[in-house]
Design a protein around this ligand. Sequence first.
Ligand code: NDP
Ligand code: HSE
Length: 438
Amino acid sequence: MEPIKVGLLGFGTVGSGTFTVLRRNQEEIKRRAGRGIEISRIAVRTPSKVKGAEGIGITTDFNAVVDDPSIDIVAEMIGGTGVARDLVLRAIANGKHIVTANKALLAVHGSEIFEAASKKGVMVAFEAAVAGGIPIIKALREGLTANRIEYIAGIINGTTNYILSEMRDRGLDFATALKAAQDLGYAEADPTFDIEGVDAAHKVTLMSAIAFGVPVQFDRAYVEGISKLDAIDIRYAENLGYRIKLLGIARRTEKGIELRTHPTLIPEKRLLANVEGAMNAVVVHGDAVGTTLYYGKGAGAEPTASAVVADLVDVTRLHTADPEHRVPHLAFQHDSLANTPILPIEEVTSSYYLRLRVADVTGVLANITRILADKAISIDALLQKESEHVDGEDKGETDIILITHETVEKEINAAITQIEALSTVVSKVTKLRMEGLK
Ligand code: NDP
Ligand code: HSE
């Protein structure tokens, strides 16, 4: 049988990695797919960057590839929501299947793209868009399909996990650690997407749609990154037996779905707390299977290519199948999506880490605990740092760190407002959410 023909758009970290892996393992891949998979055209902005692709048609005209009748699959490895969206929609209109690593595109324009693909009867495969080389999309969409998924919690951004690990283990400052992550090819073209939590939020948004059968709703996600995280909180968290990780969380509750990304304290004994560097890990809890954990490289050329090529094989295998009998793009049938609400962050339930800088005078703690007690917020642990330990000099101030039991976010916010109004509390309260992951 003739090889299936792929048009590759973009030849950066992931595009070139895909080309390399496909070429190196082509015989093995052919035996698995049942026919060869051939990148027959590559569209790039800068042709001089394409190495080792002699004999393959290279063009700077991206439309020429998506319009080429000989191309069966368009592999979009450009990124972003601009030109990538136009090209993907044009390729779908031309009846091409899509393989993409572009979580931003699908998290923001997923509904439009999946609808267009359903109408046209083509596949949109996006394993590489979430957690790099970990086959988490396949696990959620197929392996766990018997389950009612209760929650997902994951370290799903390699760049920020790398930064946090390097800051903690090697004492690197934020900017140096970010530069290293960029040099290693982990970061997004605009690294603010990584450090402000947007990339992780894109990924958890996609997972929430597959897990709960709801539309892709990035605009409803709560997003908070690591740029405002203070090194002192990383140290205090460790004193209390926790690590701070950027977690993407999607949880089913009676009131609706929690969809949030933020720095999170995790007990140091949990496996997720020990995921270091650019590694990713995702915990999924299903009612039948219980808790499952997926771990692996979350970024980089070949780990991501592993997922892209897996999608190319899947599409090749299902290419001739009746569209009605393929696995739905988002696990649930297109006409069976639920309208379960995504909860605003104020309605989310969590336990909290609070750090308060206070004047070192008697009675200060009693006033704070009274405010919390009035709101039925109970304290799980308390740490007080002596004055001389604050910033290395004695200002007559001290840090109080409180760990609360679970409460609704609006209650803790109201308590913080009252605490900050106390004359003995000398700066803004730092609040971090916690996950026990039991
Ligand atoms: P790179 O920046 O390394 O590569 C992007 C490629 O697309 C380059 O060939 C670039 O050309 C080209 N390109 C960028 N913008 C345009 C444009 N406006 N018009 C035409 N061509 C353009 O990105 P990555 O390979 O890292 O990422 C690609 C996709 O994969 C993104 O969606 C990203 O989120 C996703 N991804 C990345 C991972 C990683 O580890 N890097 C992991 C998982 C997913 P030029 O070289 O000339 O700039
Ligand atoms: N910038 C992303 C990360 C790439 O650091 O995880 C993988 O999606």
